[in-house]
Design a protein around this ligand. Sequence first.
Ligand SMILES: Nc1ncnc2c1ncn2[C@@H]1O[C@H](COP(=O)(O)OP(=O)(O)OP(=O)(O)O)[C@@H](O)[C@H]1O
Length: 329
Amino acid sequence: MAPLPPPVAAVRLAVRRALARLPRPAGPVLVACSGGADSLALAAATAFVAPRLGLRAGLVTVDHGLQAGSAERATEVVEWAAKLGLTPAEVATVVVAGRAGGPEAAARAARYEALLAAARRHEAAAVLLGHTRDDQAETVLLALARGGGPRGLAGMPSLRELDGVRLLRPLLDVSRDETRQACAAIGLTPWEDPHNADPSYARARVRSTGLPALVEALGPDVVDNLARTARLVAADTAALDSLARAALDAARAPAGGLRVEALAALLPAVRTRVLHAWAGELGAPAAAFSSRHVAALDALITDWHGQGAVHLPAGILVARRDGRLTRSP
Ligand SMILES: Nc1ncnc2c1ncn2[C@@H]1O[C@H](COP(=O)(O)OP(=O)(O)OP(=O)(O)O)[C@@H](O)[C@H]1O
């Protein structure tokens, strides 16, 4: 028997590690496959590994309907998947037009909606996404450049729950080169998403020029090191988040709101997280809640001079009264 090409082995091992963590008994795992090299290699590896772990595996490809030939591409992907034994193997067609945000964000929102719906319909144990180590490095670099703070620097988690659906990213330790080589080794021709090379997208510019420039200046370890930074920061962030959850509960006042005395005793890194979480409970949308809002709330605690209520997004007002932060009517 011919030896297994190392990139194929690397992708299979990564998938095996991720699937082995799933609690049992488990429903099918669904690979989210665009037809690109990363998710194609992921689907092929999952079709091999899942049955050996006693799991069923299927595939969903989303047709955004944004490019000529997208429906044909989607059909090709599911036909290939069905031959590989992936069940279900289905196309989810979505309508991107008319959604909020830019075209990239709208397509992404539509895609995730469709993937979550498919996961619920099939009672899937997890949806598998094909993000690689290179995607992680790009994410960290973008977050760094945009001042994203620790949450941004933590990058994409390998496991996360979104609206009750488990999302797994088994390939975060596998390079994009390896997924391409794995596809080539098993005779697959990946689809090249034209958006990935479109310089009007910041991520495409990071991919085509930003990261290669850093690699040229600092050496090839940059990609690995950026991805490792994400892992380290994610661990610290998770620890701080857990301290903040406990601190939020401990600061709750019986009459409602949060006790200023308890908040003032917290470390600033924990306090800002408590304020973030509490503002979320009050209904402030996370995307609109900025560091300016946190600073204003923090000033009610640490720089109190009788100032007025703080305005948060969604028309929420928070004031300090009788030693408590409370929502004003
Ligand atoms: N059309 C699609 N159908 C199914 N899955 C897809 C599709 N496009 C992307 N995905 C999934 O998402 C992964 C990441 O793709 P890509 O990097 O293009 O998207 P992204 O917008 O960066 O994703 P995210 O928003 O999750 O960061 C792919 O490896 C694949 O698992």
